[in-house]
Design a protein around this ligand. Structure first.
Ligand code: SAM
Ligand code: SF4
Length: 358
């Protein structure tokens, strides 16, 4: 078993030749870049590691054992402060995630607080949608512009089996509520053989999304946590494209990266379909995202266990400059590619997606 190295010391970081965003540069603080010249513009912040569903590829039955205690989670004040420092370092977009972000009590207040403090930031959320029927309108009013809703299957029984008890009608109502208040909505699906991953079910999902002008995106299963045991059911982008048949054009997908993130989009007869091909065609070279867990650990990559606690920096009296240096250290040593397929890195070393913040 290979142990991943500890994070490198500050002195080992070599600054790449990229312009530092104003704000950090004025104070002699490094920008959010790594040694390979990747620039970080996109923060995914987990606000909880809990969830009201337990998707088979994400959460063990009954939930994770390692839930953070309330005092271990970032407070809203800490989260808003972190986001402001990330914004000074060049982050332009923030996505609230989890676990299920909408189970965090008063999450609307957090969105509002962040929006007030940094109104130029584009705020988005990834959600399972079950609480959107009630929360879409207040979230929109608080400053949330878009939501990616996870929906793997329209069939109520298939959805309930995948999520261990979820009600697909709640999710559909949540999507309608988000559309009704003018949020941009995308749909995320993890296609798995023997379940949602049949030509009929995937086709129905895409047709339903297109009928509401929503872009569906298929995420290849990653061997994280519960997903590790399901790797033989993974359907890659090529398999999904084949199942969608003549719904999609035969052309090459657009290149990944850029402001739209890692998805590669293919056009089709009723809209577009995105593919997030972390396994079959990794996009690490164009990665522009940084993750912070609900407990305040900054993670440069989903597949990398190295983490550095920004919460501890704040709770031991660290300044914003200390926080910025910690962010810079965490990103500076980021590996060139992910370690998902490295046979020497055992799967149980990766914690589940809901704990990191997917
Ligand atoms: N609860 C919210 C949701 O489901 O959208 C946000 C958190 S969830 C961890 C974020 C995304 O990660 C979801 O789209 C989910 O489908 C995806 N996900 C979870 N486990 C995964 C895995 N092992 N491989 C690929 N995607 C996964
Ligand atoms: Fe919950 Fe999202 Fe994980 Fe499903 S994918 S168990 S909804 S955190």
């Amino acid at each position: 078993m290979r142990r991943l190295p500890l994070i490198e010391s500050r002195s080992a970081i070599v600054e790449p030749p990229v312009a530092r965003p104003a704000g950090f540069a004025e104070r002699g603080i490094p920008s959010l870049t790594d040694r390979r010249g990747r620039v970080y513009r996109y923060l995914r912040l987990s606000v909880t590691d809990r969830c009201d569903l337990a998707c088979v590829y994400c959460m063990p039955p009954g939930g994770e054992e390692d839930h953070g205690l309330r005092r271990e989670l970032l407070t809203f004040e800490e989260a808003a402060r972190l986001i402001a420092v990330f914004a000074a370092g060049g982050v332009e977009r923030v996505r609230f995630t989890g676990g299920e972000p909408l189970v965090r009590k008063d999450v609307v207040e957090l969105v509002e607080r962040v929006h007030r403090r940094a109104p130029h930031l584009r705020l988005a959320m990834t959600s399972n949608g079950t609480r959107l029927p009630e929360l879409a309108a207040p979230l929109r009013a608080a400053g949330l512009g878009s939501v990616n809703v996870s929906l793997d299957a329209l069939d109520p029984d298939c959805f309930a089996a995948l999520t261990r008890g979820g009600d697909v009608h709640r999710v559909l109502a949540g999507i309608e509520a988000a559309l009704a208040v003018g949020m941009e909505v995308k749909l995320n699906a993890v296609p798995l053989e023997d379940g949602p991953g049949t030509a009929e079910r995937l086709g129905a999902l895409v047709d339903w999304a297109w009928s509401r002008a929503i872009t569906p995106r298929f995420i290849e299963l990653m061997p994280l946590g519960e997903g590790a045991a399901l790797a033989d059911r993974r359907l890659d982008a090529a398999a999904v494209r084949a199942m969608l048949g003549d719904r999609l054009s035969a052309g090459e997908p657009e290149a990944p990266g850029g402001p739209l993130g890692p998805a590669r989009y293919v056009s089709g007869r009723g809209g577009r379909v995105g593919f997030i091909t972390a396994i079959s065609d990794e996009f690490c070279a164009s990665c522009n995202r940084v993750r912070v867990t609900a407990r305040g650990d900054v993670r440069a990559c989903l597949a990398d266990r190295r983490a550095l606690s920004l919460r501890d920096v704040m709770r031991t009296g660290g300044s914003d400059a200390d926080l910025a240096w910690a962010m810079h250290r965490a990103l500076g040593g980021k590996s060139e590619g992910h370690a998902f397929l490295d046979p020497d890195v055992v799967e149980h070393e990766h914690v589940g997606m809901s704990l990191i913040g997917g």
